[in-house]
Design a protein around this ligand. Structure first.
Ligand code: 2IO
Length: 411
């Protein structure tokens, strides 16, 4: 019998959601939460269905969840010809030659943020490195001033809080809106300047590429830039922290990756399956939908539980084991539309930044691993994660022995 008191909004669930995934899939696969009037779908086939049946499940939820703080429509909200055309523009900004160039930007920024940390033999991978690094890289790619990273980080925290909250108090809502307005006021003059004097950066690309023979409006470009900022920053430090946490906790696999860096993409793909940084993806049920195990009424908000689906034994053998060698992951496909795991979603709105995300995490991990000799958790540090929508380590304090030539090269 499903426990009637069980809630995905409980403190127990928040402390360690994975402990409840099997129970949800087996006993309450279409789980209703009255406090937020939403349904939570946890089985792999059901999540796939919700994300690929675009007629039955739309992204209209984003009108209230994202548009107010994005200051306009994000890519995931769009449909039809508009979506196809604008998605193509953004994809062009994150693949091919653009991605090649971005890899250099990634490496340079990683080295820069790392330099003052390396000789110390200790760092908090999430707060000392991951967070500043993710914002700086994204600003650089957009053609914004990296030195603004602290201010932009603070604005993005508010925008991210709005999008990923399950419930917001009026005070927090006001704070999030202030952050969004601050970010918009910062971006608008830049967009106007790039229209007149375009460069090689992504803001220039977005401000000048025509859609239906007209350039996008400043409002449209602003929303797409905030979209890129949030999507590139919010999950990045989490994925990096989770990758290192899992590798340190599985020393044989860490040693294998250190010996053979070609295994890194499998380690990243397995991290994304095992602990996807984006745990929930919302949809709106256009009509009543019948699942094996529950019915969702027309007009309902449905949350796809990516973490639970990625650990469904229907889809992966021994799903609760972290195993970079698993045969059922298909690493080569893991960053494409054919991915087996659902960390980038699936269907028409599957993440456009997947290739960039892979390049970012792979480049940084390949740079870091040889520099951090005998990397280990700081003794006495207590590992904790937070977040229901996006989720990752609150901190990851590491001790290591700095590789001698590394310190010389980076200080
Ligand atoms: C930004 C949730 C961090 C996206 C979102 C309103 C749309 C879309 C996602 C991801 C990650 C964010 N949804 N990125 O889940 O662009």
């Amino acid at each position: 019998m499903p426990d009637p008191r069980f809630s995905v909004l409980s403190e127990d669930f928040a402390a360690a959601p994975h402990r409840y995934f099997a129970r949800l899939r087996e006993q309450s696969p279409v789980h209703y939460e009255p406090a937020v009037d939403s349904w939570f779908v946890s089985r792999y086939p059901d999540v796939r269905r919700v994300l690929t049946d675009h007629e039955a499940f739309t992204t209209e939820t984003l009108q209230v969840r994202a548009e107010p703080v994005m200051r306009g429509p994000v890519l995931a909200q769009m449909t039809g010809a508009e979506h196809t055309a604008k998605r193509k523009i953004v994809v062009r900004g994150f693949t091919g030659q653009a991605l090649q160039d971005q890899t250099h930007v990634i490496r340079a920024n990683a080295a820069e943020v790392l330099a003052p940390l390396l000789s110390q033999g200790r760092m908090d991978l999430v707060n000392d490195f991951g967070k500043p690094f993710a914002v700086r890289v994204t600003l650089d790619v957009l053609g914004l001033d990296k030195e603004d990273w602290r201010q932009v980080s603070a604005w993005l925290a508010g925008v991210g809080e709005f999008i990923t909250s399950i419930a917001l108090t009026p005070e927090r809502r006001r704070h999030c809106m202030d952050c969004a307005l601050g970010l918009e006021a910062y971006l608008v003059p830049v967009i106007e300047q790039r229209r007149r004097h375009p460069g090689e950066d992504l803001i220039s690309l977005l401000s000048t590429t025509e859609f239906d023979s007209v350039a996008m409006s400043t409002r449209e470009v602003t929303a797409l830039i905030i979209n890129v900022l949030v999507a590139a920053v919010e999950p990045a430090d989490k994925t990096l922290g989770l990758l290192f946490k899992h590798l340190i906790d599985h020393p044989e696999q860490l040693a294998q990756v250190q010996r053979d860096p070609a295994l890194l993409s499998a380690a990243i793909a397995e991290t994304l399956r095992y602990t996807p940084p984006v745990q929930l993806i919302p949809r709106l049920a256009e009509q009543e939908a019948v699942f094996d195990g529950g019915v969702v009424p027309a007009g309902a908000t449905v949350f796809c539980m990516i973490g639970a689906a990625n650990r469904d034994p229907e889809a992966f053998t021994a799903p609760d084991a972290f195993d970079i060698h698993r045969q059922d992951l298909g690493t080569a496909r893991s960053f494409t539309a054919a991915a087996q795991h659902l960390a980038f979603g699936t269907g028409l709105h599957q993440c456009v930044g997947a290739a960039f995300a892979r390049a970012e995490i792979e480049t940084v991990a390949a740079l870091l691993l040889p520099l951090l000799d005998r990397v280990r958790h700081r003794p006495g540090s207590e590992y904790r994660e937070s977040g229901l929508y996006t989720r990752g380590p609150v901190a990851l304090p590491l001790d290591f022995t700095p590789a001698p030539d590394a310190v010389a090269a980076h200080s």
